[in-house]
Ligand binder design. Sequence first.
Ligand SMILES: Cc1cc2nc3c(=O)[nH]c(=O)nc-3n(C[C@H](O)[C@H](O)[C@H](O)COP(=O)(O)OP(=O)(O)OC[C@H]3O[C@@H](n4cnc5c(N)ncnc54)[C@H](O)[C@@H]3O)c2cc1C
Length: 407
Amino acid sequence: MSHVVIVGGSVAGMKLAQNLHSEGFGGAITLVDAEPNPLYDKPPLSKDYLSGASSGDRIQLTSPEALADAGVTTKFGTRATALDPASTSVSLSDGTTLTYDKLVIATGARARRTPWADLPGVHVLRSRADADALRADLVAGRHLAVIGAGFIGAEVAATAVKAGLRVSIIEPLEAPMGRAMNAQIGKIFADKHSREGVGFRFGVSVERVDRLHEQCHLLLTDGSTLSVDAVLLGIGAIPNTEWLAGSGVSVDNGVICDATLSAVGVPGVYAIGDVARFTNDRHPDSVRLEHWTSAADQAQLVAHNIVHPEDLRAYDPTEYVWSDQYDWKIQIVGRTGSEHSRLVGEPAAGRFGVVYGVDGEAVDGAVIVNWPRALIDARRSVASRARTQDLVARLQAAIQSTSPATR
Ligand SMILES: Cc1cc2nc3c(=O)[nH]c(=O)nc-3n(C[C@H](O)[C@H](O)[C@H](O)COP(=O)(O)OP(=O)(O)OC[C@H]3O[C@@H](n4cnc5c(N)ncnc54)[C@H](O)[C@@H]3O)c2cc1C
């Protein structure tokens, strides 16, 4: 009987197991994860779960029992330590090995740390345990420093401000989420955070953190200092690929895959989710996406490709990611971040869009805030490679002709 081994049991790995079952896969499926209870969702960890509005039950993706009903054997609390393609086997931390016919790498990524990350009060945010530890330090009236204003840093800042903390964000670029949106558009989000009470230190990094008298003392690269009760490091994620060393799987900041998400270098191996770096027509230079929807879509595609090898499909999605900050639902489709961006609408009114692309060429992507209809149009436009100026014109017409209530 054919055996699919999936290493990594978070959203990508779990959905792959479920999709294999629903695609009618008749063989055995084993889902391995280093965490004892990995079947929870990560986006709420910086939002409702961190604030306490969502309980552990509400972020549960599924249960081991439901997976067992779908024919999936789980091995949780067990780390994959090595891959041997010659014997098509994976070594596990409990001393056992699993042989596979197909192997799917879904080991995701971990939060990037720094030399001073293990001090008390200095947090990263990737797992539920991380969120529990951070939440214990989110006490009203305390002062939190957020190092790095990417999505996770910005979301934690919003959650902490709502919980009554004083928040200072330290960011080497000139705006939050500057890489994802470009510095000019990032300033719109900086203004929003400032209005909500967040303080910013742009253009500086942290040189050192010391812990003394229950406080974290930060020395910044401009020589200034900041003393706070707790620190969140939001400085990116590193793909979990160390266990593949020496296996022949091609690794370069992620597992290198072709457009069908087959890992380059070793037959019978796929990669999905945050760990996968792939190329396709839209991304000839290879890209690794750290988005929930990409993980889920890739799981669906690889399940299809395993069950239907006669009908291999290429991964060519319209990328989508969301972020919740205060009363702003931020939704991003396609590729954003270039300098070619056009703002439509009025950020102060809390509803607007930003279109990325060059007039006369296909639209690259869009950032949409609190505007569901614009999101639908932007998604279609990116998927159909519509012209940039046409999407801009439609959004401008919509914002001019419709009252806020009906937009
Ligand atoms: C705080 C936070 C907020 C987020 N918010 C959003 C959001 O608003 N919108 C959005 O689109 N995305 C968001 N994301 C990103 C989204 O959660 C990820 O894209 C998604 O979790 C990726 O899933 P994955 O299964 O590929 O990897 P992961 O979630 O990283 O899971 C990988 C699993 O592999 C296991 N593992 C690792 N190494 C091994 C090994 N050697 N052996 C066995 N098991 C191993 C780990 O224990 C883990 O369970 C957020 C992420 C975080 C951390």
